[in-house]
Design a protein around this ligand. Structure first.
Ligand code: SAH
Length: 226
């Protein structure tokens, strides 16, 4: 495989730096080995600005332009772990909807756990960059769309998994409707300063909600932009 940029990484993006991140995530309670292995594998330094590449394997959120941030690895691991909780090793979720592609890092981490990921982003500049990078990394089971994710992606519903990486005040009804029975949505909910990460499972007679902890995401905004 040949890449335009250094995918495996050297120096600050080396194997040792990645091992240190994985040890930290384990200490913080991430227990799913497949998720940890995937976090170790995805070259996070390519998703952030080059000037910040040396900090890519620290457990911190970093700017990705357009006043948005790439989530800290712990949160990406926690959300992915919740999403794939019921999967047997080697199994995949059939269709996953992601709202808030951003730089595409969370998409890349989740990709091997789904047959297909449908990911929406309201900012054109971010989705254009994500598209290019995911292609460079040869991640091909992903469809990206520039649009407001509040209404979900009806034509591709229902989804066995939905992952939302920006926070609405309340869980959008359209997203609940597009969740398949037995499917699971991982979503931060609430105003800035008081958000909680929720894991919502659709059951035969409704929805079961489970809080996963306090988080701090950018807000889910209506409409689209450049
Ligand atoms: N998962 C991303 C994190 C991106 S931050 C990553 O790994 O980089 C959240 C993203 O959600 C931002 O890029 C923001 O533009 C986007 N967003 C906010 N409201 C949205 C909406 N209504 N529809 C789609 N994307 C939205």
């Amino acid at each position: 495989m040949r890449y335009g940029r250094d995918v495996r990484g050297v120096g600050m993006t080396s194997e040792r730096t990645r091992d240190r991140l994985i040890r930290r995530l384990k200490r913080e309670g991430i227990g799913n080995d497949a998720v940890l292995a995937r976090i170790r594998e995805v070259p996070r330094h390519l998703f952030v600005d080059e000037a910040l590449a040396s900090r890519a394997y620290e457990d911190v959120a970093l700017p990705i332009g357009s006043r948005q941030t790439i989530s800290q690895p712990y949160i990406v691991a926690l959300m992915t772990e919740a999403l794939v909780r019921d999967l047997k090793p080697g199994d995949k979720l059939r269709r996953v909807l992601e709202i808030g592609t951003g730089c595409g890092y969370q998409t890349a981490v989740a990709a091997p756990f789904a047959q297909h990921i449908f990911s929406m982003e309201r900012l054109l500049s971010l989705i254009t960059r994500a598209q290019k990078l995911l292609k460079e990394l040869e991640i091909s089971n992903v469809s990206l769309r520039h649009g407001d994710g509040l209404g979900g992606w009806k034509a591709q519903a229902p989804f066995q998994g939905i992952i939302v990486t920006a926070a609405p005040a309340d869980v959008p009804g359209e997203l609940l409707e597009q969740l398949d029975e037995g499917g699971r949505m991982v979503i931060p909910v609430g105003a800035h300063g008081g958000q909680s990460l929720q894991c919502i499972t659709r059951t035969a007679d409704g929805y079961r909600r489970e809080p996963l902890g306090a988080v701090s995401f950018v807000p889910l905004l209506p409409g689209t932009g450049n």
